[in-house]
Design a protein around this ligand. Structure first.
Ligand code: PLP
Length: 375
């Protein structure tokens, strides 16, 4: 099998799985228990928090573990709106956010909020000037992702943060695709809330974290229950998930520059090899080193994904989150219909090889030359 869908999820390295197994079977205490097994679990979870916080460049007490990136996005947005409930009910976001943000915005609209969705250009870019133009005295929140999960475009979040200095408007960024892939720290970004997730970087599914800093006050909770996560995110800590997340982050940060260079090299090789295919077009800015979006105009992407899948090559049609429908990102970019309908997303990880890319190039060429364009 050739796995080229690291933006959807990633394999958990054996070393990470081993750490998790030890926590599940031996160091399995409840961090709230007051005997040594529980105290050890608490200590380990706090050490894991330090690992993830260090990679984000923030203090451990600015980081809350969540059940996933989706929860972090929901929480940050709701917490910001609660904090700024007297500022107003206007929100600025983009038309190309992940559904974790977009669907929250749709729910907020139904609750009476006024949401401005910024539109990208044909490359998938959004500028700080667009945010400046949309800003109003009653803008409570700006929520703009750091790296788009379909195009790999990186948005200028730090410029947006600079715009909001001296204003009450809070800034959230969904950095689920950006964390460790593109260089940033909590301080360099200047966002008040940053969402990250474990399973995009070799951690297990079902664990994420939310950074809360800058102008953001203690976040209003999304859930009510026990006193975990300083009383703000109840639920017995998923100690094995947290340990796996931290172990995966540790593996990344240990070889950070080599890993980024490897992703860049794989993307450059893919551009070179896939660029030889007649009619193939690359889509969007693709700033992040691990994401490359491309299209075989006229060839429906689901057919491409099926054909490649039959050969053991895993790529996604636009985004794995909305299989079957034309992606909202590509629609917002106003791509020609034939191009948009033929988009696939290829994404790379630390284990990606040139051999996998060669197999992809060969299979795509075979698809192009043996199937009739349908659109
Ligand atoms: C940009 C972005 N935000 C949020 C999420 C959701 O993260 P999770 O799967 O951990 O809920 C994803 C996952 O696909 C993503 O790519």
């Amino acid at each position: 099998m050739y796995y080229l869908d690291y933006a959807a999820t990633t394999p958990v390295p054996k070393a990470v799985a081993e750490v998790m197994t030890a926590v599940l079977t031996e160091d399995f205490g409840n961090p709230s228990s007051q005997y040594p097994l529980g105290l050890a679990a608490k200590k380990r979870t706090e050490a894991d928090r330090v690992v993830v916080a260090s990679a984000l460049g923030c203090k451990a007490d600015q980081l809350y573990f969540t059940s996933c990136g989706t929860e972090g996005d929901n929480w940050a947005i709701r917490a910001a709106l609660w904090q700024n409930r007297r500022v107003g009910k206007h929100i600025i976001t983009t038309a190309v956010e992940h559904s974790a943000v977009l669907e929250t915005m749709k729910a907020l609209k139904a609750e009476g909020y006024d949401v401005t969705f910024l539109k990208p250009d044909g490359e998938g870019r959004i500028t700080a000037a667009q945010v400046a133009e949309a800003l109003r005295a009653d803008t409570a929140l700006v929520s703009v992702m750091l790296v788009n999960n379909e195009t790999g475009v990186r948005f200028p979040v730090e410029e947006m943060a600079a715009l909001l200095k001296g204003r009450p408007t809070l800034l959230h960024t969904d950095a689920v695709q950006g964390f460790l892939k593109v260089p940033f720290t909590a301080a360099s970004l200047g966002a008040d809330y940053i969402t990250v997730s474990g399973h995009k970087l070799g951690g297990p599914k079902g664990i994420g974290a939310l950074y809360v800093g800058g102008k953001a006050q203690k976040p209003h909770p999304l859930l009510y229950g026990g006193g975990q996560e300083r009383g703000l995110r109840p639920g017995t800590e998923p100690t094995a998930q947290i340990a796996g997340f931290a172990a995966a982050v540790f593996l990344w940060t240990k070889d950070l520059e080599e890993r980024r260079a490897h992703l860049e090299a794989m993307k450059a090789y893919a551009r070179e090899q896939l660029g030889k295919i007649e009619g193939l077009a690359f889509i969007g800015g693709a700033d992040a080193p691990h994401i490359l979006s491309l299209s075989l105009p006229g060839y429906p992407s689901q057919n491409i994904v099926n054909d490649l899948g039959a050969k053991g090559i895993c790529v996604s049609a636009g985004s794995a989150c909305h299989q079957g429908k034309l992606s909202h990102v590509l629609t917002a970019m106003s791509l020609p219909k034939r191009t948009a309908a033929g988009v696939i997303r290829v994404s790379f990880g630390p284990d990606t090889t040139e051999e996998a890319i060669d197999a992809l190039a060969e299979a795509l060429e075979e698809h192009r030359s043996t199937r009739f364009p349908m659109l």
